[in-house]
Design a protein around this ligand. Structure first.
Ligand SMILES: NC(=O)C1=CN([C@@H]2O[C@H](COP(=O)(O)OP(=O)(O)OC[C@H]3O[C@@H](n4cnc5c(N)ncnc54)[C@H](O)[C@@H]3O)[C@@H](O)[C@H]2O)[C@H](O)CC1
Ligand SMILES: [K+]
Length: 215
């Protein structure tokens, strides 16, 4: 699985898997979260105080699901939520409901991010479409200013997954779990530098050149 794909390919493979093959989006999100969680444990980060910084797109939903996987193992975890939860995607709204069921604390205090031992970056993935500003940029700057280890989901937030350019500001990750295939932007010098150690997770999404075409 060493090929690298563009944002358009990632989006079309996702849509094909969900709409044509019929694997529910929530199943893919759960697999993305589990893969991220397993890498988090295997890489041996200090999980004394974990904060998931999440926005309300599906990248955020992956992160909120990771928070729950940590919580059920008694790990101290909180969610710093950016954006309007009323505008969350269906899957992310569902993950927020599940997080509430498990009483996962939500914080609005950036000091909790600053004092974390490990931060999960679930702000933006392949849906990043413009430069990061305002509260989102504040959070990215706080993440980068701490000594905490930082683990990105799919793409370090702020990196354009096609060009590898920083859009405004970008998370400097220690490692990134990217879904299905590497993204071409991660192979550029700037992309590589922000991605850190790269894990590629098989979550059941494949290109049309994969097994699906084998009859
Ligand atoms: N769809 C799937 O099958 C799977 C997706 N996974 C994960 O989902 C993300 C992609 O999710 P998407 O909702 O398309 O996009 P994002 O979460 O990256 O963000 C989109 C959201 O943010 C807004 N936005 C974009 N740029 C900015 C900005 N600079 N400031 C503020 N807001 C911004 C945009 O308008 C959208 O509302 C993918 O990377 C995976 O992590 C799972 O892996 C499972 C399968
Ligand atoms: K991210």
């Amino acid at each position: 699985m060493s090929k690298a794909i563009t944002i358009a390919q990632a989006q079309s493979y996702d849509a094909h898997t969900i709409n044509e093959i019929g694997i529910p989006a929530m199943v893919l999100m759960e697999r993305a979260a589990l893969a991220t969680f397993n890498n988090l444990l295997n890489d041996d980060y200090d999980l004394t105080r974990v904060v998931v910084v999440a926005a309300t797109g599906n990248n955020g939903g992956d992160g909120i699901a990771v928070a729950r996987l940590l919580k059920v193992r008694n790990i101290d975890v909180a969610i710093y939520l950016l954006g309007d939860p009323a505008k969350a995607t269906d899957q992310t709204a569902q993950q927020l409901k599940i997080a509430n069921y498990y009483h996962i604390p939500f914080t609005t205090d950036l000091n909790d991010v600053i004092n974390a031992t490990t931060i999960i970056d679930a702000i933006f993935g392949v849906g990043l479409s413009r430069p990061i500003t305002g509260k989102f940029a504040e959070a990215v700057n706080a993440i980068n200013a701490t000594d905490a280890s930082t683990v990105a989901i799919d793409v370090p937030s702020g990196i354009n997954a096609d060009s590898g350019e920083t859009l405004g500001v970008a998370v400097q990750a220690d490692s990134t779990t990217t879904m299905a295939y590497k993204k071409v932007g991660m192979l550029t010098a700037n992309g590589k530098q922000h991605t850190g150690i790269l894990h590629v997770a098989d979550i059941g999404i494949y290109g049309a050149d994969h097994v699906e075409t084998i009859k």
